[in-house]
Ligand binder design. Structure first.
Ligand SMILES: CC(C)(COP(=O)(O)OP(=O)(O)OC[C@H]1O[C@@H](n2cnc3c(N)ncnc32)[C@H](O)[C@@H]1OP(=O)(O)O)[C@@H](O)C(=O)NCCC(=O)NCCS
Length: 424
């Protein structure tokens, strides 16, 4: 049997909603024992958010908390704090994403925990860094997308829709969780060498900004050259002093656009994305496949700079081809011709996609009480390890076993229950 990468690693998970739970779920998939600390009687707020079936934990919770164990614990009591302290004494990783100052206020600061257990790695997620003027501000997904440069550069660059727009992808939440995973894994490697844990802080603003570094590239190009020739508005609209929203433009210097396909009038996702490469050979191949061989040698089209000046005309020409075919036909034909392209897949199409299920990207999980639900499994695929995606814990499901593991007797557990330190 293959050893899980994080087998033997104990994680105390005091996180909630999405950013922190996405991080600890990934650690669990890599084989860590993840113990989720939840508020007595309430638990993670996502347990009761967007309910699709009355009385059952919500899908929001289930999709972010698989393979964990749950203990309901009132950390605002002396006894609750003692229990958390005991759990942390021999833990490898602690992760929290409470509002700024909340964990410190209850005695669980980095300084205290480093003294308690010098090997412990402490991971924390906040909206903003300590040096930020917004360091004390609470944050959710769109806050991070707005402060991290994503909203200002996403959406349409003109007209009524020229407003900051957030992505449907969780750049502020799950992306931050994945950034913290990287930090925690590096800290584990470091601890192998030094024997000492460290503090890993990941702000949501930084995680978004890290994915917007090409937009900072554009800002500098704009300042150095006075224009952004790869902006979709070029050459029609003279740019301002900052990076405009790019709509569906590719973002680099290649000509990429999202085109209507057959059925677009009734299907909002009957679209395909096609990139016309800069180099002469792939451009010529694309022209042949698109039925535009006349573009290959015409100086109006046959260099990237020339094409950039007439891109609206090119978009129209390509769309004349795509609109007569459905998006899958387009990808089949153009893909064969070596043209980079992809269908716009709806969530319904993704849900039903057999290939995503076959490779374990979309998995069906059997959840106590509910039965089967679909989730997105572990994105990295290993040659010698396949995470077994298991159910998410019911609220406080593992309270007894966790307390026994740190030395509490049945009598003591009963007492803790009657005092509401753990679940009722
Ligand atoms: C997400 C967020 C906005 C929610 O803020 P919130 O509504 O104040 O909720 P929190 O859980 O942080 O804190 C609520 C209280 O519950 C308490 N609490 C949490 N777990 C507890 C437990 N097991 N036992 C007792 N009390 C608990 C906290 O100590 C806090 O008490 P306080 O307000 O007296 O300090 C905030 O936690 C935040 O900004 N987090 C950092 C960024 C982040 O990760 N955002 C989430 C993105 S998905």
């Amino acid at each position: 049997m293959t050893t899980a990468p994080l087998q033997g690693i104990k994680v105390i998970d005091w996180t909630q909603v999405q950013s922190g739970p996405s991080c600890t779920q990934m650690l669990a998939w890599l084989g860590a024992d993840v113990i989720k600390i939840e508020r007595v009687g309430l638990g993670d707020p996502t347990r009761t958010e967007l309910l699709d079936k009355e009385g059952l934990d919500g899908l929001y919770f289930l999709q972010l908390n698989c393979n964990k164990r749950s203990i309901e614990l009132n950390v605002k009591t002396k006894e609750g704090q003692e229990i958390l302290t005991k759990l942390l004494k021999d833990a490898d990783i602690f992760v929290e994403n409470l509002h700024p100052g909340a964990a410190d206020k209850l005695g669980f600061s980095w300084e205290n925990l480093h003294k308690l257990n010098p090997r412990l790695i402490y991971g924390t997620i906040k909206g903003f860094n300590d040096d930020s003027p917004f360091a004390d501000v609470k944050a959710f997904e769109p806050v991070a997308q707005c402060a991290g440069g994503a909203a200002a550069t996403t959406g349409w660059w003109s007209g009524e829709c020229n407003i900051p727009t957030q992505s449907g992808a969780a750049l502020g939440d799950s992306n931050t969780g994945m950034h913290l995973v990287i930090g925690l894994l590096a800290a584990l490697m470091q601890r192998e060498k030094t024997g000492e844990g460290c503090f890993v802080q990941q702000s949501m603003q930084d995680a978004v900004l890290n994915l917007c570094r090409i937009k900072l590239r554009d800002q500098l190009i704009l300042e150095h050259t006075g224009d952004l020739k790869h902006a979709p508005s070029y050459p029609k609209i003279k740019g301002g002093n900052t990076v405009p929203r790019f709509g569906n433009a590719e973002g680099g210097q290649v000509l990429g656009w999202c085109y209507k396909c057959k059925g677009w009038e009734t299907d909002p996702n009957a679209f395909v994305y096609i990139v016309l490469q800069n180099e002469a050979k792939p451009f010529a191949e694309a022209c042949q496949a698109l039925g535009k061989p006349e573009w290959i040698n015409d100086p109006k089209y046959n260099t990237p700079l020339a094409r950039n000046l007439v891109k609206d005309e090119i978009y129209k020409g390509v769309e004349a081809y795509t609109i007569t075919r459905d998006k899958f036909e387009v990808v089949k034909e153009l893909g064969k011709a070596g043209v980079p392209c992809g269908p716009v897949l709806s969530m319904l199409e993704i849900e039903k996609d057999e290939s995503l299920r076959k490779c374990g990207t979309i998995v069906e999980v059997d959840q106590p009480k509910r039965g089967k639900f679909l989730t997105i499994g572990c994105p990295p695929k290993f040659s010698n390890y396949t995470p077994n995606i298991k159910s998410a814990p019911l609220l406080g499901e593992n309270t007894n076993e966790i307390l026994k593991e740190i030395g509490y007797s049945d009598g003591e557990i009963a007492q803790l229950r009657s005092n509401h330190i753990v679940c009722k």
